[in-house]
Design a protein around this ligand. Structure first.
Ligand code: 5GP
Length: 202
């Protein structure tokens, strides 16, 4: 069976990653792995669904034991992708979506150069700020922290393979764009280096 693709989707806070990913995940060809984090759950977030909410000690022991595919520290908390879950999804032939920030994305690309890196962006910084404040899930301090983080991360957008803009109400359009990217990547010649051999064998 052909292994699934590893698709990294990053985007600044307020870019709509969650909404776009939940549209993609309605299709059985995509799956995701639940990340672990040391941050506190937001109202409505469920342990084991949104994240595995664990302690700093637990997180650090998982790093020591090589249980993380990648991890990072973001705005004072650890976030990481459990290795076993990620491998299981790809081995099953489904495309794995990792919704992670820029540093984690760079680590993934180093480890798995065949990963596809997609940056989801609001139309502008001003729109991002308005969306983040409108969401009302974070304190002013957390909002400023996330906006500052965006200033650091955005210049690294050139390290991504694709940029997708989330214009107002455009989550469906973004999901379509991402499905098109995945379709093209599945047909890229570098992923079919055995095409000639397989052709004559069949
Ligand atoms: P939030 O606290 O808003 O849920 O997530 C903060 C940031 O951490 C987001 O940019 C999100 O994509 C990123 N993130 C979530 N899970 C992971 C992970 O497993 N690894 C890395 N590197 N980043 C993550």
């Amino acid at each position: 069976m052909k292994k699934g693709l590893l698709i990294v989707i990053s985007g600044p806070a307020g870019s709509g990653k969650g909404t776009v990913n939940s549209i993609l995940l309605q299709s059985p060809e995509f799956s995701y792995s639940v990340s672990a984090t040391t941050r506190a759950p937001r109202p409505g977030e469920v342990d084991g669904v949104n994240y595995h909410f664990i302690t700093k000690e637990d997180f650090e022991s998982r790093i020591q034991n090589g249980e993380m595919l990648e991890y990072t520290s973001y705005c004072g908390n650890y976030y990481g992708t459990p290795l076993r879950e990620a491998i299981e999804v790809m081995e099953s032939g489904r495309n794995l979506i990792l919704e992670i920030e820029v540093e984690g994305a760079q680590n993934v690309k180093r480890l798995y150069p065949e990963a596809v890196l997609i940056m989801l962006l609001p139309p502008s910084f001003a729109v991002q700020e308005a969306r983040l404040r409108g969401r009302g899930t974070e304190t002013e301090e957390k909002i400023c922290e996330r906006l500052n983080r965006t200033r650091e991360e955005l210049p690294l957008v050139g390290q991504y393979d694709y940029v997708v803009y989330n214009r107002d109400g455009g989550a469906e359009q973004c999901a379509d764009d991402i499905r098109a990217i995945v379709r093209a990547e599945q047909n890229a010649t570098r992923r079919h280096s055995d095409a000639a051999v397989a052709y004559f064998k069949a």
